[in-house]
Write a new protein. Structure first.
Lengths: 193, 274
C-alpha cells in the first residue's frame, strides 16, 4: 500500500459500522489485526437475541480485548468495543461512552450514523471510519461528517460485500479515501498508527 | 445536513439560560446526548442557529414544555426487557407479598408503559389491592399519557410478545380495550397509581419505598448527577428494599455500592442489605 500520507498521520480511533453481511466482514478484519494501539469501536446491526454470543465470537478471532462498551467507561487503546444492542453509542469529550436509548435512526439502534457523527465530533482527524456490507443507508451521513471533520473514510469494496447496498451508497455520496475488501481493510488497520 | 457547528460552550450557555430563567437543570446531563437532542430539536423546529433557539426559550414560555418534551427521551415499551420482568415476578414479588402494604416508585416513568406492566404483575400476583405505585417524571406531557393509559394498537403485538416472555400466562388482550387504532388499558390497573411531576435533579425524597424502578434515566446523567440520584434512591428505599435500573445501568462506582447486593447475575436489580 502506498498511503504514505496516511502512515505519517496519527489516529486514535477506528470505528467500524456494518449491517447485513457485516459480521462476516468484521470477522475477516479482526483476524488480520495482530497488534493495534488504537481504540476500535464496532457498531453492528443485529437482532438483540444474538448479543451475548457476539462478544465471544469476536473474542475468539482477535488477540485484543473485545468487550461490550459500558456506560461511562473510558475508551482505552488496544481494545475493541462493541456497541450494545438496542442502545445508541455516543462518545463524550473525556473519551467516555454514553449509551442512549432514544428513537431508532434509520430503523436501527444502535445506529451507525449516530456513532460515526459522535466520533467525528470528538476525534476529528484522529478518527478512521470503516463502513461495511449492509442493506441500509445507515452510516452514510455519519461518514460525511467523519470526512468533513478531517477523518479517514474506508468503505468495503461493494463487489466483495455480501450486501452491496450500504457501501455503494457511501461511495455514491461521500468522497471515500479507500475501497478495499475485508482482508485488505484488516491488513490496512493493522498498520494504522 | 447543513448544520451550524455548535460548540460545547454554546450548549452550556443555553442550558444555563434554561436553569436561570425556568429552573430546569440540564447542566449535569451527559453532554453528548443533550447536544444531540438539541441538534435534533433544531432540525425538527427549523432553527438555523442555536441563538434563535435560545431567544425562543427566553421569550416564549409556552415553548419550554416543547423543549422538555424533545430533549428528554421518552422511548419506552411495556415489559421492556422481558427477562427483567420475569426476575421481578419470580424473585421480588414473593418478598413484596410479605408486606402488609407495598409502595413502589417508578422514577422517570415517561409515558407509563412500564408502570402498567408492573401493575399487571401485581394484579396477577394478587397484590395490586394492597399496593401503591408512584409514577413520576420531569415531563408533564408524558405524564398525561401515563394517566390516560392509551397506547397505539399497533404496539400491542410487541407488548404481548414481551408479556409472554416475562412469564405472563393470560391472554394479554384481556388487559385492554381496543377502539379504532388505540388500546386503552383497564381502569383497575391505574386504580393504585399516583402520577405526579418530580424532577430527579432538583426535587428530593417524598416517601419510603420497598421497590424503586428507574430504567434508562441514569444513562442520560453525568457521573456526578448519577451519584446524587442514587443517593436519593438509597435515602428513599427501606432496608431490604429493591432498586431496579435499566439493562446497561450500574451502581458499582457510586457511594451506595457497599450497601447493595445484586440479586441476579444478569438483571440490574439490587437489594439494600443495610
Amino acid at each position: 500500500m502506498e498511503e504514505n500520507d496516511v502512515s505519517r498521520r496519527r489516529y486514535e480511533l477506528v470505528i467500524i459500522g456494518g449491517s447485513a453481511g457485516g459480521l462476516e466482514a468484521i470477522i475477516q478484519i479482526l483476524e488480520e489485526i495482530k497488534h493495534c494501539g488504537l481504540t476500535i469501536i464496532i457498531v453492528l446491526h443485529r437482532k438483540w437475541a444474538v448479543d451475548s454470543a457476539l462478544v465471544g465470537i469476536l473474542s475468539s478471532r482477535s488477540p485484543l480485548l473485545v468487550k461490550e462498551a459500558e456506560e461511562k467507561e473510558i475508551l482505552m487503546p488496544g481494545t475493541i468495543y462493541l456497541a450494545p444492542a438496542d442502545y445508541h453509542l455516543l462518545i463524550e469529550k473525556d473519551r467516555s461512552v454514553s449509551l442512549d436509548a432514544s428513537e431508532k435512526i434509520n430503523f436501527s439502534r444502535p445506529s451507525i450514523d449516530v456513532s460515526f457523527e459522535s466520533a467525528a465530533e470528538i476525534y476529528g482527524p484522529l478518527a478512521a471510519a470503516v463502513l461495511l456490507s449492509g442493506g441500509s443507508s445507515d452510516g452514510v451521513e455519519g461518514l460525511k461528517k467523519i470526512k468533513a471533520m478531517g477523518g479517514l473514510c474506508i468503505v468495503q469494496d461493494p463487489g466483495s460485500a455480501l450486501v452491496e447496498y450500504m457501501p455503494r451508497q457511501a461511495i455514491d455520496n461521500v468522497e471515500v479515501d479507500h475501497q478495499m475488501n475485508a482482508v485488505e481493510i484488516g491488513a490496512f488497520l493493522n498498520e494504522l498508527r | 445536513m447543513d448544520k451550524e457547528i455548535i460548540s460545547n460552550g454554546d450548549v452550556e450557555i443555553l442550558l444555563n439560560v434554561l436553569l436561570e430563567k425556568h429552573g430546569y437543570d440540564f447542566t449535569r446531563y451527559s453532554g453528548a446526548s443533550v447536544k444531540r437532542r438539541i441538534c435534533r430539536l433544531m432540525l425538527l423546529d427549523k432553527f438555523d442557529r442555536l441563538a434563535d433557539l435560545r431567544d425562543r426559550l427566553i421569550n416564549d414560555k409556552e415553548y419550554i414544555s416543547r423543549f422538555i418534551q424533545e430533549i428528554t427521551v421518552n422511548v419506552t415499551d411495556m415489559f421492556r426487557d422481558p427477562l427483567f420482568y420475569k426476575t421481578l415476578r419470580e424473585q421480588v414479588l414473593p418478598v413484596l407479598a410479605t408486606h402488609p402494604f407495598i409502595r413502589i416508585w417508578h422514577a422517570g416513568c415517561s409515558t407509563g408503559e412500564e408502570v402498567y406492566s408492573f401493575a399487571i404483575l401485581l394484579k396477577e400476583a394478587n397484590l395490586l389491592h394492597k399496593s401503591l405505585l408512584y409514577a413520576t417524571d420531569i415531563n408533564p406531557e408524558a405524564l398525561e399519557k401515563a394517566v390516560k393509559g392509551i397506547y397505539p394498537l399497533s404496539q400491542m403485538k410487541q407488548f404481548s410478545e414481551n408479556y409472554l416472555l416475562s412469564g405472563g400466562k393470560n391472554d394479554f388482550s384481556e388487559y385492554y380495550t381496543a377502539k379504532y387504532n388505540l388500546a386503552k388499558f383497564d381502569d383497575s390497573l391505574k386504580s393504585k397509581m399516583i402520577v405526579s411531576a418530580h424532577n430527579l435533579v432538583t426535587d428530593w425524597s417524598f416517601n419510603e419505598f420497598q421497590l424503586i424502578i428507574c430504567r434508562n434515566v441514569l444513562i442520560y446523567f453525568n457521573k456526578e448527577l448519577q451519584d446524587k440520584t442514587l443517593e436519593l434512591f438509597d435515602y428513599s428505599l427501606e432496608k431490604l428494599g429493591y432498586l431496579a435500573l435499566g439493562s446497561k445501568e450500574q451502581i458499582k462506582f457510586s457511594g451506595i455500592t457497599p450497601k447493595y447486593k445484586q440479586i441476579d447475575s444478569k438483571e440490574k436489580i439490587w437489594r439494600k442489605m443495610m
